[in-house]
Design a protein around this ligand. Structure first.
Ligand code: CA
Length: 426
């Protein structure tokens, strides 16, 4: 094992932090009384990128890109600028000898350090991207099979189109919120068994869905498909995503056009966007696909990513969260490249900042299911939490916390957390 590269910011080097030198995820933060700014996370610190740019320390290609209150301007610059900026930030923050690495400009400048380094504990984090569109896929074979077993035919759980199409639907971008934003339990139409007509009620089967999302980094033109080979140049980075779901509302409304109010009330994402460059060492072989997909969905590159994921639930007042799911992103049947190729093959264009959800990530074992629906078999077999309480679905006051990371040799490239608390229905 070779020792991992370290930073002169000590908290980045403990092997446990989600934000070592190898990660450098982008986000938007603010400190009391000031407007939001773009930053990069390292250890327990945030580096103010507008401050570095003002000091002339960032590449000319990124000049002015960090002046706004979202990442969109920077993302729109495209892959060469992302890679050059990452290289520059790595050099500035590296702990290696200043003669070898260009790190003295920030490390040895106390006035600039004062201005540009902000402790994460003193900052509020905001939605990192202005999201023009949100699409949610359904790409875990295990999840689709589990749901099909419960609601359709146990012997034919997968619909015939599932193995041919990365199934997806157009979701709501307006209600995508950053981690920490509480959401009210939704109200809606619920059709109770043995009743002729639906009732209007607060959701009684409120659920989470463990997902990851990628942020589109390059727009495509209307009418112009993006191939699986070109897809990676169109992806800026990834976030954790909780696709909150009202199962009872969903079950009544989803025929024939898919989910609507059961999904549209809120989607939570993690505040730090981990770049595809940082995830590069964690690419893995694609899962076996049978039948072989149609030509436009075939892929040559390794498009699976090894990301360990965990979900925990913390009731109001409970001293600690209880882990209820452990799984991994690498087993997803349809890859992000295939999702983007499919999304655009009809000629539908995508825009910088668009969010593409993976679909619920479930593994093969009962403790690896990415929703309460699957973990509890539609509420029939509640999970028991550390404080002894039981849950079939989510109760008011419950917080759901998701986390994930890639394990390197002596370091972790992590996503931090996405959390959200359920407030009572209005
Ligand atoms: Ca979903």
């Amino acid at each position: 094992m070779t020792a991992p590269q370290t930073s002169w910011i000590d908290s980045a080097n403990d092997g446990q932090t989600h934000f070592p030198l190898q990660n450098l995820p982008y986000g938007v933060f603010s400190v009391k009384g000031q407007s939001p700014r773009v930053g990069v996370a390292i250890g327990d610190q945030i580096v103010d990128l507008a401050a570095l740019d003002d000091a002339g320390l960032l590449p000319a290609a990124a000049k002015g890109a960090f002046a706004g209150t979202t990442l969109n301007r920077f993302i729109a610059l495209g892959k060469p600028a992302w890679t050059e900026t990452r290289k520059r930030l790595t050099a500035l923050l590296s702990g290696e000898d200043a003669a070898l690495r260009d790190n003295a400009a920030l490390r040895d400048n106390a006035a600039l350090r004062d201005k540009a380094l902000v402790p994460m504990s003193a900052a509020a984090l905001h939605l990192p991207v202005d999201i023009p569109g949100y699409t949610d896929f359904y790409s875990s074979k295990e999840h689709a099979t589990n749901v099909g077993r419960m609601f359709r035919d146990p012997d034919n759980a997968l619909l015939p189109n599932w193995l041919e199409i990365p199934i997806g639907y157009n979701g709501r971008a307006s209600s995508v919120v950053v981690s920490g934003t509480p959401l009210h339990r939704p109200n809606g139409q619920i059709k109770l068994p043995n009743e002729a007509r639906p009732v209007f009620s607060a959701c009684r089967k409120l659920d989470f869905e463990l997902e990851m999302g990628f942020i589109v980094g390059k727009e495509s033109a209307l009418g112009e498909p993006v191939s699986t080979a070109d897809a990676s140049a169109h992806m800026f980075g990834m976030v954790l995503l909780n696709d909150w779901s009202a199962r009872d509302i969903q079950q009544w409304e989803y025929v024939p056009l898919g989910p609507f109010n059961s999904k549209g009330f809120g989607t939570s994402i993690s505040p730090w966007v981990v770049t595809m460059d940082a995830l590069e060492p964690f690419r893995r072989d694609n899962p076996e696909q049978s039948p072989q997909p149609l030509a436009y969905l075939q892929q040559q590159d390794k498009n699976a990513y090894d990301i360990a994921l965990e979900v925990s639930l913390q009731p109001e007042g409970a001293p600690a969260p209880s882990t209820i799911c452990r799984t991994n992103f690498k087993a997803m049947y349809w890859t992000m490249a295939q999702q983007l190729a499919h999304h655009t093959v009809s000629g539908c264009n995508v825009r910088v900042g668009d969010l593409m959800g993976s679909g619920t990530i479930s593994g093969t074992t009962p403790d690896s299911y990415g929703s309460m629906l699957e973990l509890t078999r539609n509420g029939a077999e509640p999970v028991t939490l550390a404080d002894g309480s039981q849950r079939g679905f989510l109760q008011d006051g419950d917080s759901v916390i998701m986390t994930g990371y890639c394990q390197g040799e002596g370091y972790r490239v992590g996503f931090g957390t996405v959390s959200g608390k359920i407030l009572p229905a209005r």
